[in-house]
Design a protein around this ligand. Structure first.
Ligand code: DGL
Length: 304
């Protein structure tokens, strides 16, 4: 399926590895070029203009590395930059916002969805809009369809509470996801969502699955945590099919053999703008030691 495609994945830092992990779990032969903008993270407290500028640098860099499809893993970029810059690129660009909203609507039983995200993502209201959009498209909770909710008729579904979590990303990037400090902060950010009675929480930032166990310990198993990365894989498969159709019809050129030969199947090439060693040590807490320092190169896009 992944044949000759090279998937460019970007994020502000280690967070996008949660997406890489999902992609490799479903498509083990995927070829991935990853950019983590660790020197300029967190994006969540940056201005919209900065996020647009950074994303506009990263996408051409990934294309120069052979990417023929882009996964804007970063929710903050997807919410703030993609609507503005997507039209400037002639290749599929997939983001997590609509996927996350869709999954949340499917998973909720009481209709109350919560969101944990960066300040800039919350301010963009992108998830609010996406929930409304998927509901308009007719997406409904799975429990409602199966009658498992125990109620007849359609109940109102909405994003009832969004919580910005500015302290999460610096902690995770510093390798402190599994610390008492992180657990205390998780408690602080979850309280408003629990008070609002949500039964489904969108992890609206790629970094947050690093805190999965701390969050689950607090909210319990009954609250569903939605990681949009899960749906990104099916979006990718759809995009592969579309590219292949366009290649067959001749309206799109296939990635060259030469580019293909530079890759092994299942290979991930990593680029970061900050300390490669820190990226490897924090990243490997999620990637089970599979990232080797020699596969991580420093790329300072800010200097170009
Ligand atoms: N991990 C990114 C996201 O999904 C951005 C986090 C940050 O750098 O603030 O939103």
């Amino acid at each position: 399926m992944a044949k000759h495609h090279v998937i460019g994945v970007f994020d502000s830092g280690v967070g996008g590895l949660t997406v890489v992990k999902q992609i490799l779990a479903s498509i083990p032969d995927a070829r991935i070029v990853y950019f983590g903008d660790t020197a300029r993270a967190p994006y969540g407290s940056r201005s919209k203009e900065e996020i647009i500028a950074f994303s506009s640098q990263i996408i051409p860099f990934l294309i120069s590395q052979g990417a023929d499809i882009i996964v804007a893993a970063c929710n903050t970029s997807s919410a703030n930059a993609l609507p503005v810059i997507k039209k400037d690129f002639d290749l599929p660009i997939i983001g997590p916002i609509e996927s996350g909203a869709c999954l949340a609507v499917k998973m909720t039983r009481n209709g109350k969805i919560g969101l944990l995200a960066t300040e800039r993502t919350v301010a963009s209201e992108a998830f609010h809009l996406a929930v409304t959009k998927v509901l308009t498209k007719g997406v409904r909770p799975l429990a409602e369809k199966s009658g498992a909710s125990g109620q007849s008729g359609e109940k109102p579904i909405s994003l009832v509470k969004s919580q910005a979590c500015p302290l999460f990303v610096p902690l995770i990037e510093a390798g402190l996801a599994d610390s008492d400090q992180a657990r205390n902060i998780v408690g602080m950010y979850l309280a408003p969502l629990t008070e609002a009675g949500v039964d489904t929480i969108i992890l609206g930032c790629t970094h947050y699955p690093f805190l999965n166990s701390a969050i689950t310990d607090l909210v319990g198993e009954k609250v569903v945590l939605v990681d949009p990365a899960v749906e990104i894989v099916s979006e990718l498969r759809k995009a592969f099919k579309e590219i292949e159709k366009a290649e067959k019809e001749g309206s799109r050129r296939q990635n060259s053999r030469e580019k293909e030969d530079q890759w092994k199947q299942g290979q991930v090439k990593y680029f970061v703008s900050g300390d490669p060693g820190l990226f490897v040590s924090v990243g490997n807490t999620l990637m089970d030691g599979s990232i080797r320092l020699r596969d991580v190169r420093l790329k300072d896009l800010a200097a170009e």
